[in-house]
Each structure stands twice: as structure tokens, then as C-alpha cells.
Design a protein around this ligand. Structure first.
Ligand code: TRP
Length: 360
């Protein structure tokens, strides 16, 4: 059953089949209902959910709900990390209380990243960029797994008590080949997700990547046995890495991503050299037969990250399909968008740096 390993992200080719097999509902109906949704939602990167109706009910009736999600502090902050935080900021602006944790314990246990290093990455790479992207201090709880949130004893105990509610055969059925470190990480993640309920908040939503689905199932099983409410989840597809539509951005492969620290020249060079093209083999062929935007990483990045104007995106798509827009021209559009974004972002980040201390 373990088609997905949350610690070893593989490429997923057929999301809709996997969703059916694994009992994940389509997010489509909410994509249309949510007002001014972030790009991730509008462009269908968020494809699945569990129990989102509960959250939607809170949004429309202005009832209390919380967002809880975590970040694994394991390397540089790149554009593959944007999907989660944009959703968090969207819900924060709708009035949700936000619980954001740095999974420093998990980073230590599963990636051998020491506490000091993990803390540094969490603050200087992730939190700093989150603030620059619009995360606010109001209604935000930020904590590290190793030191815990406010009700620290209950949090620490919860992860241990949760172990009484499962068995090795269940754990193996959900995670496949698992070791003690991964099991502790999974139980800690369960405590993370249920924690807002210890502070009295009934409805919670955890937006995560599709690769984290096993954690969602595990947590919901344990929640029902421990008489918690079932936490809701949304799942998003991963934004492709530069090497192709079915590859991922990986912190250990700089040629697979653009980071928030890449300068203008690096951006230009990486896109020109690595961004997988769906265009024709030669300019002549491209003009005759057109390109395929569905597999073209430059187009997909515009769609999921940089071009929020639907009309403009549509024009680019049509022109590329028709062969009127070449791969080089498409790449130039993307490069300009990224560099413009990063230029603004660097200014916002310097402002954010001054506020960082207030967030911890
Ligand atoms: N396992 C997550 C990751 O690899 C990090 C994480 C820890 C998390 N606790 C969480 C994510 C709770 C969502 C909710 O990125």
C-alpha cells in the first residue's frame, strides 16, 4: 500500500489514479468557491483534500479555525517551498490562527542535521523568507519540535502516548520499510498536527505536499482513537524541478531549483541551461509544429509561480502551442519575472530581518 514515502520524494506521474487508490477527495469544488485564492489554488496545484468542508464552513460562517504546518529545515529556501507558505498566508489573512513549526527533531533523526544548524536554517532561510513573503506576527505561533509550543509537557507526552494507539503492522502498512527514527518523527508529527486541539481549537487544516499523505492517514487514525477531532488536510502537487515536468527541486541539487539567494546572472544561466523545454528540436520545427507547454518547465513555472494574470498566461500558452513563441523567448519571459520578483523580495527581506526577533 505504501506507494508514497514521505522521506524519499519520488516523482508522481499519475496523481488522479493515486488519489482514487488512496482515498483522497478532489479539491476542485473549492478551487472555484474560495475568494481570491493564492496561485497554488487557482492553478490547481492543490489537488486533493480530506475534510476540507469543515474548514470551508468555518471560513464562510466566520468560525474559529487554525492552520498547522511544518517545515523541515534541511537546506536553502527555494521556489519549491513556496506552495505551502502562500497558502498559510492566505488563510492567515482570512483570520485563521497559524501554528508553524520547524521540524528540527525530524531533520536531526532522519537527515542527521544537528540542532544548531537546523535552527539556523529554520530562522535565516525559512522564517525570514516567510516574513518577507507576507507572514504576519498576529495570530502566529512558531515553535521548534525540540523545545515545543506553550503547553510543552502535553505536547511532548502526546507524541509518546500516541504510540499506544498503533501497532507495528499498521505502521508498516502505512509507511512500508520504517526505522525507529522515522517512527519517532511520524509520532512527533502526529502531536504537531493535533496540538492546536490541546489549546482548544477544534477545526484545523494542515496544507502539505502530496508526499506527506501517509502522515495524514496515520494522524487521522490516531486522532479518532484518542477522541480528537479529525484534522483536515489539503495536498498539493510538487512544483517541478528544472530538469523536467516529473522531476523535483532538491536542496542537494542546485541545478534543479532557483533559490531565493540566486542573483540575476545565476537565474539567467540556470534557466537557459537547465529548464526543460517542450519546444521543437529546431526553430524551424518549432515554428511548424509548435511547442508543448504541458511539459515545458518554463511554462509550468509561469503557471504555478509567476504569472497570475490569467489572460496573459493564456496568450503565452496559445502562442507557444502555435509555435509563434520560441523556447528562448519563453525563457526570457520567465527570467525577467523571476528577477523582478527576487529584486522586490530582497528589499522585503531586509525589512523582515529587523522583525525576525519578534517572531520567536
Ligand atoms: N515532515 C514534514 C516535512 O518533511 C515536516 C513536518 C513536521 C510537518 N511536522 C509537521 C508538516 C506537521 C506538516 C505538519 O516537510
Amino acid at each position: 500500500m505504501n506507494k508514497i514515502d514521505p522521506w524519499e520524494v519520488k516523482e508522481v506521474k499519475d496523481y488522479s489514479r493515486l488519489m482514487k487508490e488512496l482515498g483522497v477527495d478532489s479539491f476542485q469544488q473549492f478551487t472555484k468557491k474560495l475568494k481570491n485564492p493564492p496561485l497554488e489554488v487557482k492553478r490547481n496545484l492543490v489537488i486533493g483534500h480530506k475534510d476540507f468542508n469543515k474548514v470551508y464552513d468555518c471560513i464562510t460562517k466566520k468560525k474559529e479555525f487554525a492552520i498547522l504546518t511544518g517545515l523541515m529545515p534541511s537546506g536553502v529556501f527555494h521556489f519549491g517551498h513556496m506552495s505551502v507558505i502562500n497558502q498559510v498566508i492566505y488563510y492567515q489573512n482570512l483570520g485563521a490562527k497559524i501554528y508553524l513549526l520547524a521540524a528540527d527533531l525530524e531533520a536531526n533523526l532522519t537527515r542527521k542535521i544537528q540542532e544548531k544548524e537546523a535552527r539556523k536554517i529554520a530562522l535565516e532561510e525559512y522564517l525570514l523568507n516567510y516574513i518577507a513573503l507576507g507572514l504576519k506576527k498576529k495570530n502566529l505561533v512558531f515553535y521548534f519540535q525540540t523545545s515545543g509550543p506553550k503547553k510543552v509537557q502535553e505536547y511532548m507526552n502526546l507524541s509518546k502516548l500516541a504510540s499506544a494507539e498503533t501497532t507495528f503492522s499498521e505502521v508498516k502498512a502505512i509507511y512500508g520499510d520504517i526505522n525507529p527514527q522515522k517512527l519517532i518523527s511520524a509520532l512527533t508529527q502526529t502531536a504537531d498536527i493535533l496540538y492546536p486541539q490541546l489549546e482548544g481549537i477544534k477545526t484545523t487544516l494542515t496544507p502539505i505536499g502530496f508526499d506527506q499523505l501517509p502522515h495524514a492517514n496515520f494522524t487521522r487514525d490516531i486522532a479518532s482513537r484518542m477522541k480528537f477531532s479529525l484534522p483536515a488536510f489539503t495536498f498539493h502537487k510538487l512544483i517541478p524541478g528544472l530538469q523536467g515536468p516529473n522531476t523535483k527541486m532538491s536542496s542537494s541539487k542546485p541545478e534543479s531549483y532557483i533559490s531565493f539567494d540566486d542573483d540575476e546572472k545565476t537565474v539567467r544561466d540556470k534557466i537557459n541551461k537547465y529548464a526543460f523545454s517542450g519546444g521543437g528540436a529546431t526553430l524551424k520545427e518549432h515554428k511548424e509544429k509548435g511547442g508543448n507547454p504541458d511539459i515545458d518547465v518554463s511554462f509550468l513555472w509561469l503557471k504555478y509561480l509567476f504569472e497570475d494574470n490569467d489572460k496573459r498566461l493564456n496568450e503565452i500558452e496559445q502562442n507557444y502551442r502555435a509555435g509563434n513563441l520560441s523556447t528562448g523567448e519563453l525563457k526570457d519571459v520567465l527570467i525577467e519575472k523571476i528577477n523582478y520578483f527576487l529584486k522586490q523580495h530582497r528589499i522585503k527581506r531586509e525589512r523582515a530581518r529587523k522583525q525576525l526577533n519578534k517572531f520567536i
